[in-house]
Write a protein that binds this ligand. Structure first.
Ligand SMILES: Cc1cc2nc3c(=O)[nH]c(=O)nc-3n(C[C@H](O)[C@H](O)[C@H](O)COP(=O)(O)OP(=O)(O)OC[C@H]3O[C@@H](n4cnc5c(N)ncnc54)[C@H](O)[C@@H]3O)c2cc1C
Length: 404
């Protein structure tokens, strides 16, 4: 049994009591029941299209015939005798569900408390939302979760938090806020939804974030807690104080690690088992040495108690930071480019005239300009629209003056 201990904030409750889950597998009998009952199934027949996430056992059998699929038996609660068969969601008639379950040796005498069922729901196309999750055409209405075409607890919770923050700000006449996709998974999620829309229930994967090496659980407090307290007011003072204390100590510890440099042979003397090439001519900082496989912050502390021992509580975070830092630094320029593009406000006038003019202007450009980033093109377009509008106002003014 595994106990998960959140290492960023020790003051968060950690789960004490745990119950075991059991892993079982489907048998050819399960597949047989599915195939024999397809004609009774209103949700799934020969159509194997549908959500890819948490697929029903019928979809899994149809998509991957002849295989054994894993099923987790999860206790429903500390005091419950019920088990939830994770991996066996299905929409067969209840008597067929019981038949199917009993095809698995571990479930030969199982009884069903609540049969599985299918859900169909509609959603609002999320491209109709602003990055604050407000419906563009209905000011004051904010949407979050499944209604925006996502699926998942975390996806719904993240949007609920952000829609709530912005609904609250709007209610007290504060401007809505957006989160950058370079700064958080919530930023990636919302940017994908409102920018691209959805073609299937959207799930947040780390692979959707360009800068996932920087969006790590170990630095979530540095990325978001301080901002959450200072700018938004959705983070408690206790959590904020802890985040600031950790941030300041990490900064000091990283400077201390960078301030000590030695030649490779001298590091090798202190860290005998570490694979540092002695032929390296330049000096190596302690931060660079911490990047090496097998080097821990504790090892550096034992060789150089001053100034490192003060930061022992951060040893795990410092190791992670040291390993990821070179990669994140390489991505810095790309991150800044994306932030610049994110901060570009589209003209309020999104009428057909405006967009037609934009497209016509793009088509007028000589091929060489097609290589330019969209940002530059858009900036010049904005300028010309503003100039055009200024001219229109001046023309109107002249006409009115003439009329007077
Ligand atoms: C069987 C099942 C298993 C799942 N397992 C997982 C899983 O393991 N992991 C995972 O990440 N996700 C899982 N999901 C998906 C996840 O539960 C949903 O994507 C998520 O809960 C959606 O959250 P939501 O807040 O958008 O909607 P909901 O949780 O559906 O909340 C909507 C709420 O609005 C209420 N409501 C509806 N109409 C009205 C009205 N007119 N007036 C007032 N209230 C109204 C509803 O009663 C409901 O409480 C599962 C879903 C199902 C059905």
């Amino acid at each position: 049994m595994m106990t998960i201990i959140p290492f960023i904030y020790k003051f968060l409750h950690k789960p004490e009591e745990q119950l075991p889950c059991y892993l079982i597998r489907t048998t050819p009998g399960v597949e047989r029941v599915v195939m024999e009952s397809l004609h009774l199934n209103s949700h799934i027949q020969q159509d194997t299209k549908g959500p890819r996430y948490c697929p029903s056992i019928e979809s899994r059998v149809l998509r991957f015939p002849g295989r054994s699929h894993q099923v987790w038996l999860e206790p429903e609660g500390m005091t419950s005798e019920l088990l939830y068969p994770q991996g066996l969601s299905m929409t067969l008639p209840p008597d067929q569900q019981l038949r199917l379950l009993r095809e698995i040796p571990a479930l030969q005498r199982v009884e069903i408390q609540t049969p599985g069922y299918g859900v169909q729901y509609d959603f609002v196309c999320p491209t109709q939302l602003s990055p604050s999750l407000q419906v563009n055409r209905v000011q004051g209405l904010f949407l979050a979760g499944q209604i925006n075409g996502t699926t998942g607890y975390e996806e719904a919770a993240a949007q609920g938090l952000w829609a709530g923050v912005n609904a609250g700000r709007t209610a007290v006449s504060l401007p809505a806020l957006a989160l950058s996709r370079t700064q958080s998974y919530i930023g990636v999620l919302i940017d994908d939804l409102v920018g691209l829309g959805v073609t299937e229930p959207y799930r947040m994967f780390t692979s959707r974030a360009e800068f996932r090496a920087a969006l790590r659980p170990d630095n979530a407090d540095l990325r978001l807690s301080v901002r959450g307290f200072e700018e938004i007011g959705c983070v408690s003072a206790t959590r904020y104080k802890e985040a600031v204390r950790v941030r300041d100590n990490l900064t000091d510890a990283l400077s201390a690690l960078q301030s000590i440099s030695m030649s490779a042979p001298r590091w090798k003397e202190r860290l005998k088992d570490v694979n540092i090439s002695e032929s390296k001519s330049s000096l190596l900082s302690a931060l660079e040495v911490l990047q090496y496989k097998g080097v821990t912050f504790e090892m550096l502390t034992s060789g150089l108690p001053e100034p490192f021992s003060a930061y022992l509580e951060l040893s795990q975070r410092l190791k992670i930071e040291a390993v990821y830092r070179p990669h994140c630094e390489m991505q810095q320029r790309e991150m800044e480019r994306i932030r610049e593009e994110e901060s570009l406000a589209l003209p309020q006038d999104r009428s057909e005239r405006c967009w037609t003019e934009f497209v016509l202007k793009l088509l007028e450009l000589p091929p060489v300009y097609q290589e330019l980033p969209l940002l530059l093109l858009f900036t010049s377009f904005n300028m010309s629209i503003e100039q055009g509008e200024g001219k229109a106002q001046r023309d109107e003014q002249t006409t009115r003056d003439a009329a007077l």
